[in-house]
Design a protein around this ligand. Structure first.
Ligand code: PRP
Length: 213
């Protein structure tokens, strides 16, 4: 009998949206994240197990081979540069990585080095380095929009989806870094060992995405 293929979903928006995609290709992950606190659910017919993990942890499970595949935001992949295959843009969890700050914020001023608050220190450093700008990063874990309001930083590097959080805090987009969406990722060894089943999942998902336009 086939072994179970494991798929890790990043908790939150990505998990709830990607669940629908997997349901559309005939998998049953309906019990995931609904009422129960169970972190792993099995689809016995398809011999697939779904697990729910924090967005920042998905790549660890996939890289180490504890799971075969994962669904994770491109923001996380850019930040972590994990050793795995990124095989498909699922087109969900769409948002943008931007530099934002107080409206009217101008570069320069009296401070020689721009201070950037972010959950994405690697991405922020890379972006400003490529522009030839020296910055100091303050790494935060959330509510990054607060930092320029209280003088912890000049600007932020963060995700914008609807723009509401920026607007409600009097901040504006200063520079666009890149578009972001959820990606399907695969463990390198799994792609060889379970090639047929994994490419089957991949093909089915591509077909669903194509039909959805
Ligand atoms: C994300 C992001 C922004 C906000 C953007 O934060 O970091 O703060 O959503 O969404 P919007 O443009 O639709 O307002 P999240 O909700 O993950 O919370 P966090 O600040 O605790 O990371």
């Amino acid at each position: 009998m086939d072994r179970f293929i494991r798929i890790a979903l990043a908790k939150g928006r990505i998990a709830s949206q990607s669940k629908h995609l997997f349901e559309k290709i005939g998998m049953d992950c309906s019990q995931l994240g609904t009422g129960s606190r169970k972190l792993i659910v099995a689809d016995m017919n398809n011999r697939v197990e779904f697990i729910l993990v924090k967005a920042n942890d998905v790549t660890k499970y996939v890289e180490q081979g504890a799971v075969d595949m994962g669904v994770v935001g491109k923001d996380t992949l850019l930040e972590q540069q994990p050793d795995l295959f990124e095989v498909l843009d699922l087109g969900i969890g769409r948002c943008r990585m931007v530099v934002a700050g107080k409206s009217g914020y101008m570069d320069g001023g009296n401070d020689a080095v721009k201070v950037v608050a972010t959950k994405y220190p690697v991405t922020a450093q890379r972006y400003f380095r490529e522009k030839g700008e020296n910055i100091r990063v303050v790494k935060l874990d959330g509510s990054v929009e607060l930092a320029p309001l209280v003088g912890l930083s000049h600007v932020i590097v963060d995700l914008v989806e609807t723009g509401r959080t920026l607007r409600d805090n009097g901040l504006v987009i200063l520079e666009e870094i890149c578009p972001i969406s959820a990606r399907l990722v695969v463990n390198k060894v799994s792609l060889k060992m379970e090639n047929e089943r994994i490419t089957g999942v991949l093909k089915a998902l591509r077909e669903v995405l194509r039909k959805a336009g």
